[in-house]
Design a protein around this ligand. Structure first.
Ligand code: PMP
Length: 428
């Protein structure tokens, strides 16, 4: 595989940007070797700057659920572009996407659009505190809620991948109110509430974890959190930046039938443009400025291009059969990966829900981040390289979920399983 242009560009990039990238995990630090620089993406595929083609299981880290550069999204964007890129004033497109989100997501009666998942989570925490008049929050080890100070405690995603404890530059006063518990551990949450009965504003979590590898909630975990937060007058917040419109059209909350008070979203709702959102019960959202006193704003928030890409993406996802197709193909992929590892005599555990999947190279089950850390990351790095050489682009970390799209064909899944079979045989 010739990657000489990627190598030259990355060498130059390292002098221009910290680590040569604008977001850490892209640098391939935990899998070693050289990152691949993309030139273009379409459908299930990405082409690098040397002309190599990959079946892409990152999908821009989630947004590309209809496949990259879907022709209808691109066409809608062309039309929107002709009217200008940003208004800084209200527009009808915001109503349209807001209505679609409200119709789809059970907890959302009102919504505010922002520009990233980080922004959405930052704002939702302020709202949790404003509404309850309490300062503490509970988050789970290995869950990632963007890079705002208050969440950089035992965080997942790149923070976990790079093994950074807590980031320098985050004052301990900022995280003093951040309490953490192991995922899937209701008892630990109960103890935190019992010790702080009147001071916890709420609990925030990934209802299906994607940032510590792929970890589904145990049966009863989400329900238990709903009961505990109700009991203590605290808010339950689902961070559905990753799972929203991916686990189901209405997100994990629709799939599992547990309705939080507030929800954060991103990725899919922007159809590949920068969008985040937070929403929830109207009575709580009424606190957000200018309806209420909790301040939050954004120059480019609700811009017509991002709204257009989001609306078209949700329209595509509303077509019958989408989630059934995503579920069936992703499950076949997940089963194929595990069978391939077992055939090579390698320990593996993994699963999928709808268009999200993951595996750990260890005996399972993995129910929390501590257990995830027992996965063989050295072997994962070798696997990652072997898969790249066979034209399959996986997240460059043992602690990230994989994403499929409507553009991944049965033939793509077959080719991917074949590549896993060969790669596992090589690294075993
Ligand atoms: N929450 C979750 C669950 C996420 O997966 C991410 C991003 N991977 C974020 C928040 C932050 O979103 P963004 O990168 O758009 O700031």
């Amino acid at each position: 595989m010739n990657t000489s242009r990627s190598e030259a560009l990355f060498a130059a990039a390292q002098k221009l940007m910290p680590g040569g990238v604008n977001s850490p995990v892209r640098a391939f630090k935990s899998v070693g070797g050289q990152p691949i620089l993309f030139d273009r993406v379409e459908g299930a595929y990405a082409w690098d700057v040397d002309g190599n083609r990959y079946i892409d299981y990152i999908g821009s880290w989630g947004p590309a659920i209809c496949g990259h550069a879907h022709p209808e999204v691109i066409e809608a964007l062309h039309q929107a572009l002709a009217k200008g890129t940003s208004f800084g004033a209200p527009c009808a497109l915001e109503n349209q996407l807001a209505q679609m989100v409200i119709d789809a997501v059970p907890s959302v009666e009102m919504v505010r659009f922002v520009n990233s998942g980080t922004e959405a989570c930052m704002a939702v925490l302020r709202l949790m505190r404003a509404y309850t008049g309490r300062d503490k929050l509970i988050k789970f080890e290995g869950c990632y809620h963007g890079h705002a100070d208050m969440f950089l405690v035992k965080a997942g995603s790149g923070v976990a991948t790079l093994g950074l404890p807590d980031s320098p530059g985050v004052p301990s006063s900022t995280t003093a109110n951040t309490l953490t518990a192991p995922y899937n551990d209701l008892e630990a949450v109960k103890e935190l509430f019992a010790a702080n009965p009147d001071s916890i504003a709420g609990v925030i979590l990934e209802p299906v974890v994607g940032n510590a590898g792929f970890i589904p909630p145990d049966f009863g975990f989400l329900e238990g959190l709903r009961e505990l937060t109700n009991e203590y007058g605290a808010l339950l917040v689902f961070d559905e930046v990753m799972t929203g419109f991916r686990i189901a059209y209405g997100g994990a909350q629709a799939k599992f039938g547990v309705t939080p008070d507030l929800t954060t979203m991103g990725k899919v709702i922007g159809g590949g443009l920068p969008v985040g959102a937070y929403g929830g019960r109207a009575e709580i959202m009424a606190m957000v400025a200018p309806a209420g006193p909790m301040y939050q704003a954004g120059t480019l928030s609700g811009n017509p291009l991002a709204m257009t890409a989001g609306i078209k993406t949700l329209e595509l996802l509303k077509q019958p059969g989408c989630y059934e197709q995503l579920e069936a193909r992703t499950k076949r992929l997940s089963n194929g990966i595990q069978a391939a590892a077992q055939a090579a005599g390698l320990p593996i555990c993994g699963s999928s829900i709808s268009a999200m999947f993951g595996f750990f190279l260890c005996e399972g089950p993995v129910r929390n981040f501590e257990e995830a850390k027992s996965a063989d990351t050295t072997r994962f790095a070798k696997l990652h390289r072997a898969m790249l050489e066979r034209g399959v682009y996986l997240a460059p970390s043992a602690f990230e979920a994989g994403f499929t799209s409507l553009a991944h064909s049965e033939a793509d899944i077959d080719a991917t399983i074949d590549a896993f079979r060969e790669s596992f045989a090589i690294i075993a």
